[in-house]
Ligand binder design. Sequence first.
Ligand SMILES: [Zn+2]
Length: 416
Amino acid sequence: MRCLSGKCACRISNEIAQVYESAKSVEEVKPEISDLAQRIFASLERLVQHGQIADPSAFGQALAAAFDFCVSLLYADHTSDKDWLYCPKEPYASFYPYIKSCPRCGKDTGEQAKIKAHKPSSDKIGRYASLVLSALLSEALQRCERTWTLKLLDSSRGDIDILLYNEELLVLCELKASPLTALVVSTRHQSRPTKDVNGEPQPITDHETVDTTDWRHRESSLCIDYLTIPLQLSSEISFIRAFLQSCIQEEIIDEQIEKFIVLWRQMFTGYEKRWSEYANLRWFTFGCGGGVDDSKNAPGLDRTDDIKKGLYQSLKLTERYRMGCEERRIRVGIISNLHPVVHYGEYLSGFEDAVWTQESKIAVESSERRVVAARDLSPFYDMLFTFTRSWFRDPVLKEVFSIAKWYRALGGKDEH
Ligand SMILES: [Zn+2]
């Protein structure tokens, strides 16, 4: 790719070459996430071929669910012994929640304020989201668009998060992603746990905060709502490794992934319909409000701060690099797991066909008309790619980043 070699004559060639030098594949950054993405994709491929994922839109949603699943495994590594939530329903179990609801009962827990939420810090969430989304995209490209490559940049250092390129084009991407839901770590109790009341052990009968010291050596699982995925833990290995070791049998991993996709799809439908459907699932999702999780933490690109930042960054990358490339080989993309379901209309739809340029590039034809070369006009972004819905201004990118095409490449049947 000429732009990456530093050999072209553009004013930005050195800068781009430097960016490329510091870029790494997901495998170089965190190999176990690459392994995980491969296993999940293999599973999705079987579900597509067996008809459990029945059309391209279901496949896009399955990818978005897979994103949440992988992010959950990374979150789980932060589980400590302190401040679990004991749930009094049978079988007796405690959970390590990320939002202020019971991962098994939802909001129906009595005192919300007492629940300790253990969501990772926002920079960690950003880092994990970026790694997982890159791993899934990279795997999709390796399976379905082999001439394209993805590399990650250390986002704390610059404006560009991801490079996507083939021989002809380089797409500079920024990534704004966050999960809709997460599976949480859960551990079983053999009998009802007790607490000290005036020196006497009394069984706990309500939802209550408890410490859980030996969870790694007990029967543990990842849970949300009715769903339970058992895991063999030990103190030495990460949750990703534990999951990969527990799913040596293909049928088992396929079944678990499929069950999670089914539940996730109900949550997504509920979210899309503003909880006029599946209202009970609301309290398992991030950004659900109601004292459970701040509505600012909306999933995917629905966080309005991210839309605003994303659009500015995109204009900045366009001005600096897209217009700086003499051969017009550079494109700009915004990437997320979920499209702005709630906020697209208000925040983005008006820019759908927008183009811009600089005054200096415009010639006066008459008092009424101005002339500008087509190459000097840029969209606000060349693609807004997400697993659930995308918008393209570039025909090549539209062809390459097509969920429908990936679905067919994995053996999915054409729609009738
Ligand atoms: Zn509960």
